[in-house]
Each structure stands twice: as structure tokens, then as C-alpha cells.
Design a protein around this ligand. Structure first.
Ligand code: GUN
Length: 297
């Protein structure tokens, strides 16, 4: 029997636990604050940011929002980040990616104070993660780990195959799963657009993570019997719906579920976990900055 991994349920449990952490902080006079920064008119980015704000409200985190015109000078964005770095009511800063082409993305990532870098994208935090001393795990990879844990999917000794080598998902997840600890200890293969005989590699996976941004391209032929399939893809494809599109993952769910032991749906799999782990990092950030011990799920 294939088990469908319920990301909404796991994310709800995590949010519920975080509410306790927020109460601990508030009892110490600290209201955790998350700033979202949007310099984009991409509807998907706008939606993601407004969902993150609503999530904050649900668990008692104060949300701050900064919006810049897409044609504003890049300096305006760097200055806005500097202001948020200096604002003691803001414990976490998230600059929604991608930023416009005239903005230096690397400079943006470096501009965020590493203590407020709840995305875990600052080079100092990336370095810490690689050496196994992470401060903030990037939200999507961390969410994938929490899903595996919630469904008792063992990573120790497992062959984990990640399709996609982005800085947001593929690379940090590979680094987490290879760490010498209980939620790691996997043998990790990272595949990408130049990988030869991709299907042979994906079929050998005990844990297969699809994070390539290609709609439904992993089908049953590419999945080994009994594998755990984690679909990180969120692709908008044209469809005869009210919105004119539907969301599909990188995995052809109906075909792949025939082979998988566990599989995440899209939507309702990894997406809610990414959002929950952003709240997790924000609560952690507030605890670190205010020197308050907060129990994290
Ligand atoms: N764009 C797509 N995913 C992410 C993410 O996890 N964080 C930020 N800041 N931007 C994104």
C-alpha cells in the first residue's frame, strides 16, 4: 500500500508546537518578528509572501512587510535590508527570490544579518550547514527532513537521490542528508540537467527527491519499487480552471504512486512544510537574539 504523505498535517503539528515557543518568548517580553521583502510583480511570489504573512499571524509572530517597485534602484533594496538589520523588533528577514535582474542576488544574500537570515542563504550560514554546525536550515530541505522523520523513513544507510542542484533546495538538502547524524547518514547522489542515464540513478533511490522545476517529468519508470518519493516541484501549468492554471509537481503522481511506498502530493506535501519551517527559524532566531531558551519541535 502506498502511503500518501500529508504535509498539511505535519505542518499543522509543527505550527502548534511553535505557538508554545512564541508564548515563552512573549512571557519574556519578546514578540518574534519576521520581515518579508518583495521586489517582484510575479503573481506566484506575491502569493507566497502573503501566505507567509498569514502564517505568522496564526502562530503569534508579528509580520513586517517591505515592498519595492521592480524598477527601483538596487541600492533601495540593500538599504531596506540594512534598516531591517538594525530594527530590534525584526528577528528574521526573508527577501523573496528571485529579485529583478538589475539586482545583485549575491549581494542581497550577503546583506542580511546572518543572525536574522531565516532562509539560511547567507554564505556564513551555508558554510555552517556544510560543516554540520547549522544555525538556520533552509526551509524546504528542513521541511523534507521533517516529513521523512514524521513517516519514519530511515535515511541512515539509504541511497538518497536528489534531482536538482539549486542553492535553495538541492545543494543544501544534499549537505543535510550526508551529515553524520540520525537525520542524515545517507549516501547522496545529486542529479541535474547534464546527468547521464538519469532514470537508472533515480530507480536506485530509496529516497528520491524531485526538485528540478520540470512539470511531471518523474514517472513510474524512474521510480524504484518501495521508494519514498518527495516532490518539491511547484509548477503552474495552463489548465481549464477558474484561475487558468493548475499546480503540478515534478513527479507524475498518478503513475509514480504505483511504485512508491510513500509519496508527497502537490499541493499538500512539501509546500506547507516550507512555510512551517520558516516560522520555526523565526522563533529560533528570536530566541537566539533575545537569549531566551525556546523549545523547538
Ligand atoms: N523563492 C523560492 N523559494 C524561496 C525560499 O525558500 N526563500 C526565498 N526567500 N525565496 C524563495
Amino acid at each position: 500500500m502506498t502511503e500518501i504523505i500529508d504535509g498539511n498535517a505535519v505542518a499543522t503539528d509543527i505550527r502548534d508546537s511553535l505557538t508554545g515557543g512564541v508564548e515563552t518568548l512573549k512571557a519574556d517580553g519578546v514578540t518574534p518578528g519576521l520581515a518579508t521583502v518583495l521586489m517582484s510583480d510575479d503573481p506566484a511570489s506575491e502569493t507566497y509572501v502573503s501566505m507567509k504573512q498569514a502564517d505568522c499571524e496564526e502562530v503569534g509572530i508579528e509580520s513586517h512587510h517591505v515592498e519595492l517597485d521592480t524598477d527601483a534602484p538596487a541600492e533601495d533594496l540593500y538599504d531596506a535590508i540594512e534598516d531591517l538589520n538594525g530594527d530590534p523588533s525584526v528577528h528574521g528577514i526573508l527577501v523573496q527570490m528571485p529579485v529583478p535582474a538589475h539586482v545583485d542576488e549575491r549581494r542581497v544574500l550577503r546583506a542580511v544579518d546572518p543572525m536574522k537570515d531565516v532562509d539560511g542563504f547567507h554564505p556564513a550560514n551555508v558554510g555552517r550547514l556544510v560543516v554540520g554546525n547549522d544555525r538556520y536550515r533552509p526551509c524546504t530541505p528542513h521541511g523534507v527532513q521533517k516529513l521523512l522523520e514524521a513517516y519514519d523513513v530511515e535515511t541512515e544507510g539509504a541511497d538518497a537521490v536528489i534531482v536538482g542542484r539549486s542553492n535553495i533546495v538541492g545543494k543544501p538538502l544534499a549537505n543535510l542528508l550526508v551529515q553524520k547524524r540520525g537525520d542524515g547518514n545517507a549516501t547522496v547522489t545529486v542529479c541535474h540537467s547534464r546527468t547521464e542515464d538519469l532514470a537508472a540513478k533515480t530507480r536506485a533511490a530509496d529516497v528520491l527527491v524531485a526538485a528540478a522545476g520540470r512539470p511531471e517529468f518523474i514517472d513510474a519508470e524512474m521510480v524504484g519499487a518501495g521508494a519514498t518519493v518527495i516532490d518539491v516541484g511547484v509548477n503552474r501549468v495552463d489548465a481549464d480552471t477558474e484561475k487558468g492554471y493548475e499546480l503540478v509537481g515534478d513527479v507524475d503522481f498518478e503513475s509514480a504512486r504505483e511504485k512508491a511506498a510513500h509519496i508527497t502530493p502537490v499541493p499538500g506535501g512539501v509546500g506547507p512544510m516550507t512555510r512551517a519551517m520558516l516560522l520555526y527559524n523565526t522563533v529560533k532566531a528570536a530566541g537566539l537574539q533575545a537569549d531566551v531558551d525556546v523549545a523547538l519541535p
